[in-house]
Design a protein around this ligand. Structure first.
Ligand SMILES: Cc1cc2nc3c(=O)[nH]c(=O)nc-3n(C[C@H](O)[C@H](O)[C@H](O)COP(=O)(O)OP(=O)(O)OC[C@H]3O[C@@H](n4cnc5c(N)ncnc54)[C@H](O)[C@@H]3O)c2cc1C
Length: 457
């Protein structure tokens, strides 16, 4: 089989490159190879009844399949260069923002109409944060919500399916260059060739991506992992912020170690969920647009970035070891009341039940101080007290902390200003490139590369 363009991975990066190629160059033959299932077949077997914990499916329905890791996410599309990736370093700040807005227009016109766009512009919280040694980062955020995000993905697939060839449940095992230019991919069902190849394999494809880069001698670098906890508290405590901003990205510099701690992935009236990355269970969160699915709690992560220098290179391995430790002690995610953490004791079922915050995730009550390194935990505790000044009640005894939350970063692939690797015609985009870490940046990188290919550059 021969195609003009093969896209590997149908997450936001792959979807938006396919979509843009279909729009700009309908004459090109485009195939998308995806390791996971089509959207409607993506079902995690954990039902909380018969299957309570991860049974390590061959492909994880949460991370793989049409829509990628973002399919069941909260669908928060942040339009900013301040976080979510460093796409702007390759393509420039203005173009990065323009592309994120373009992606937003497509989402809105495919089911997202009626969803809200929030913005920090002109917010009085900037000053309040500053007065309390906190920094509020600038962003606009479209909150699709898990339910509408799903509808948008359904609509995008409907529009593309007759123009783009999709192969689901077909992981690409091997990628090689052809002597006269172009690429060959190998799958369990056979092989295919193409003139240009877009790789968008996300976080779950990180190990495969490393192999490809090694085999094709594409330079890479890596040294970061973010570690922390997910905080859950009554929604009313943060409502003055979340009503206006929905998600506030707040950074605090700790007094003790001068480390940066930041809020991440805020879910007003949301739920805390398990996340499985390569068999390791960590914590995450999302929320719904549908009022009937809203809870009384808000959750967000507090993360500390850990950078390593020579001779240690395996930052993800470090994060994995800490997550494994929590899995070993708690059989999965651990939950602890802030008051118990401060008193140096583990939480138990009784104390959690008696608390004023009812957990939205069935996690094992335990002691996070046995899992997280002291420096990271100290930073998180400091930040909780700093947040208490702008949102009184954050440092209440009953505030719940779930651990661990880990944000793994892919190694960063060396790419030029076209997001093209040292192999001409091989573009590496989205989270798999290490350049992006978010829905909006990953999607924008897909549109960018599609336009490059469409214009023959
Ligand atoms: C629970 C959760 C909530 C999140 N919430 C948000 C949010 O609200 N806002 C936000 O900005 N970001 C969020 N994120 C992050 C966001 O989902 C990612 O940044 C985004 O999905 C990255 O897009 P991508 O296309 O680069 O990769 P992915 O979405 O990871 O997609 C990659 C795809 O490639 C496939 N693949 C991998 N290897 C191969 C192979 N060898 N062959 C074929 N296919 C392969 C995978 O199956 C996958 O479907 C969340 C992530 C999770 C897990």
């Amino acid at each position: 089989m021969k195609y003009d363009v093969i896209i590997i991975g149908a997450g936001p990066g792959g979807i938006f490159s396919a979509y843009e190629l279909m729009k700009k160059r309908p004459d090109l033959s485009v195939a998308v190879y995806e390791a996971g299932y089509p959207l409607e077949k993506r079902k995690c077997p954990i039902d909380g009844d018969k299957v309570k914990t991860c049974i390590r499916c061959k492909t994880c329905a949460i991370m793989n399949g049409f829509g990628g890791a973002g399919a069941f996410s909260d669908g928060k599309y942040n339009i900013t260069n301040d976080f979510g990736g460093t796409l702007y370093e390759h393509i420039g700040r203005r173009e990065a923002l323009d592309l994120m807005r373009y992606v937003d227009d497509i989402n809105v016109s495919h089911g997202g109409e009626g969803t809200q766009m929030y913005s920090t512009t002109g917010s009085e919280f900037k000053k309040l944060c500053m007065q309390n040694k906190l920094t509020l980062l600038d962003a606009s955020v479209r909150h699709l919500g898990t339910d509408i995000n799903y509808v948008v993905l359904q609509n995008l697939y409907k529009e593309m399916k007759d123009h783009v060839t999709f192969f689901f449940n077909t992981p690409v095992r091997h990628l090689e260059t052809l002597e006269n230019g172009g690429f060959r991919i190998l799958t369990d069902d056979g092989e295919a060739e193409c003139g240009r190849c877009i790789v968008s394999v996300g976080r779950s494809g990180s190990k495969w991506m490393e192999t490809v880069c090694r085999e094709l001698e594409i330079p890479t670098s890596s040294n970061r992992v973010d570690l922390g906890v997910r905080v859950e508290l009554p929604a009313v405590i943060f409502s003055h912020l979340t009503d206006q901003l929905y998600e506030s990205k707040i950074v605090y510099r700790t007094e003790k170690f001068e480390d940066s701690v930041r809020t991440f992935c805020m879910n007003p009236h949301g739920i805390v969920v398990n996340e499985n990355t390569n068999g390791i269970v960590t914590v995450n969160g999302h929320s719904f647009e549908d009022p009937s699915k809203k809870t009384d709690n808000t959750n967000f992560a507090l993360l500390v970035a850990k950078h390593f220098s020579e001779p240690f290179k395996d930052s993800n391995g470090y994060g994995e070891s800490i997550a494994r430790l929590s899995n070993m002690l708690g059989g999965g995610v651990i939950v602890q009341r802030f008051g118990d953490l401060e008193r140096g004791r583990r939480s138990n079922e009784k104390r959690i039940l008696e608390g004023t915050v009812q957990p939205t995730l069935a996690a094992t009550p335990g002691d996070l101080s046995l899992v997280l390194p002291k420096r990271i935990l100290d930073g998180i505790v400091e930040m909780i007290y700093a947040l208490d000044k702008i949102a009184p009640g954050t440092a209440n005894d009953d505030t719940l902390l779930y651990g661990v939350e880990v944000k793994f970063y892919n190694m960063e692939v060396k790419l030029d200003e076209n997001l093209e690797s040292s192999c001409p015609g091989l573009y590496i985009i989205g989270d798999g490139s290490g350049v992006t870490h978010s829905l909006s940046h990953a999607s924008a990188s897909g549109v960018f590369v599609a336009r490059r290919i469409a214009s023959g550059r």
